[in-house]
Design a protein around this ligand. Structure first.
Ligand code: AMP
Length: 380
C-alpha cells in the first residue's frame, strides 16, 4: 500500500519521498487515515515503529484545513517525557511542514534550558512539543494558552507515568477544551495506561503492534567467551574481519564507553561515544554522524537504548552485559526492527557466564556461545 492511498496531499507525498519513506509502516497505514478522520487513537507501539510520522503527517494535513494562527494560542499540543524526544519530534514536524504551502510553526520546549528564549519563540506557534513541567511554567507565565487545542498527543505515555508526571498532566488536562482529538502512544500497556485511556479517549481506534520481545526472532544472537584483557582486541577483530558497518557498542560505564571509543579510533576504526556526561550538542552530532555513516562505531551507555531511534541498525555489540534482561532486550531491539534483520553479539567473560544464563532464561532463548581463546588477536 503506497502513501498516496492514505489521503495525504501531493506536497507531503513529495516530502516523504525526499526523506526516503518509500512505503508506510504498519502503524502509519492504520493511524494516518483514522487521525485524518478526526478519530482518537491509542497506539501501542515501540520506538522505531514509525509512530512519530503516524501522527505528524495527518496532524499537518488537518491543520491545513482548519483555522490556524492566533498568537499564543496553540492548535496542537504534544506532551513527551524527555527533552531528547521533544527535539526529535519537533524535527519531524519541521521537516514535513517545510513542504507545505501554508506555513505551520512548531516549537519544542523543555526544562533544563532557560525559559526566556522559549517564551520569545512562542508567538504564532501552531504545534507545541513540550515536557509537562516546562509547559506548566510557560502557562503560569502567560506565555501560552491551551484554550484552542484541537489535538492532544501523549507520546511515550508509559514513560510519562513512570517518571511521575501524573499530577502535572492532570493539571494540564484540566485546562484543555473538552472537545478535542486525543492521540495516545505507548510502548507498553499498563493498568495505569488503560485507566488513562478510559479517561481521555473517546471511542479510540486501538492499534497494537508487536513488542520488542515479539521481534526478538528477527535478530541473530551470538556470544563470545573472552577474558577481560582480550575484549578490546576481540571487538576490533570482529569489526574488522566481519567488516561490520554501523555498529552500536554498549558498555556499562561512561568511562569505559570513552575508553573503548578512543581505542577503536587509535586502531583506525572511526568511533565516538555517547552518554549522559556529553552535552546535548555533542550527542546530537554523534548520532547524526553515526546515522549518516561518517562514524562507523557508536559506543553508548544505556542512555540511548531507550527512546532515541536509529533506523536500520544492523549490529549491536554488548561489550559489557546490562544488568537486567529487560535492558538486554532494549539494547538488541535497536536492530531487527521494521522488517530489517539484525545481529547482536555479546562479549562474555567467565565472570559474566552465570548472569548471561539468567538473561537467556528470562528472554526464553538459548544463544550460541563461541570460545575465543583460539582466535589469533595479534595486530588487533
Ligand atoms: P519512530 O518510531 O517515530 O521513532 O520512527 C522510527 C524511524 O523510522 C525514524 O528514523 C523515521 O525517520 C523512520 N521512518 C518512519 N516511517 C518511515 C517510513 N514509512 N519509511 C522509512 N522510514 C521511516
Amino acid at each position: 500500500m503506497p502513501f498516496s492511498s492514505l489521503g495525504l496531499s501531493p506536497s507531503l507525498q513529495k516530502a516523504l519521498l525526499a526523506e526516503n519513506y518509500q512505503e508506510p509502516y504498519p502503524i502509519q497505514k492504520e493511524a494516518i487515515p483514522a487521525i485524518l478522520d478526526g478519530k482518537d487513537v491509542f497506539g501501542i507501539a515501540p520506538t522505531g515503529s514509525g509512530k512519530t510520522a503516524s501522527y505528524v503527517l495527518p496532524i499537518l494535513m488537518n491543520l491545513q484545513k482548519g483555522n490556524i494562527n492566533k498568537s499564543r494560542h496553540i492548535n496542537v499540543l504534544v506532551l513527551v517525557p524527555t527533552r531528547e524526544l521533544a527535539v526529535q519530534v519537533r524535527e519531524v514536524f519541521q521537516v514535513f511542514s517545510l513542504a507545505l504551502p501554508e506555513k505551520i510553526k512548531s516549537l519544542a520546549v523543555f526544562g533544563g534550558a532557560s525559559i526566556n528564549p522559549q517564551m520569545m519563540a512562542m508567538n504564532g506557534v501552531h504545534v507545541l512539543v513540550a515536557t509537562p513541567g516546562r509547559l506548566l511554567e510557560l502557562i503560569d507565565s502567560n506565555a501560552v494558552h491551551l484554550t484552542d487545542i484541537e489535538t492532544l498527543v501523549l507520546d511515550e505515555a508509559d514513560k510519562m507515568l513512570n517518571l511521575g508526571f501524573k499530577e502535572e498532566m492532570n493539571r494540564i488536562f484540566a485546562m484543555l477544551p473538552k472537545k478535542r482529538q486525543n492521540l495516545l502512544f505507548s510502548a507498553t500497556l499498563s493498568d495505569d495506561l488503560t485507566n488513562m485511556n478510559q479517561l481521555l479517549l473517546h471511542n479510540p481506534l486501538i492499534i497494537k503492534l508487536a513488542s520488542e520481545t515479539d521481534n526478538i526472532d528477527l535478530i541473530t544472537q551470538s556470544a563470545y567467551l573472552v577474558s577481560d584483557e582480550r575484549k578490546g582486541p576481540l571487538l576490533r577483530y570482529l569489526i574488522k574481519t566481519k567488516n561490520l558497518k554501523q555498529v552500536l557498542v554498549f558498555t556499562s560505564s561512561i568511562l569505559r564507553a570513552d575508553n573503548v571509543a578512543e581505542k577503536l579510533w587509535k586502531n583506525g576504526i572511526k568511533a565516538t561515544s555517547i552518554h549522559s556526561k556529553k552535552s546535548q550538542e555533542a550527542r546530537t552530532v554523534a548520532l547524526r554522524e553515526f546515522k549518516s555513516g561518517k562514524i562507523r562505531v557508536l559506543v553508548a551507555t544505556d542512555l540511548i537504548s531507550r527512546g532515541i531511534d536509529i533506523n536500520f541498525l544492523p549490529y549491536v555489540i554488548n561489550y559489557e552485559l546490562p544488568r537486567s534482561p529487560k535492558d538486554y532486550i532494549h539494547r538488541i531491539g535497536r536492530t531487527g526492527r521494521a522488517e530489517s534483520p539484525g545481529e547482536a553479539i555479546s562479549l562474555i567473560t567467565p565472570l559474566d557466564e552465570h548472569h548471561f544464563t539468567v538473561i537467556q532464561k528470562k528472554i526464553g532463548r538459548s544463544i550460541s556461545m563461541f570460545e575465543s581463546k583460539d582466535i589469533n588477536l595479534q595486530g588487533f
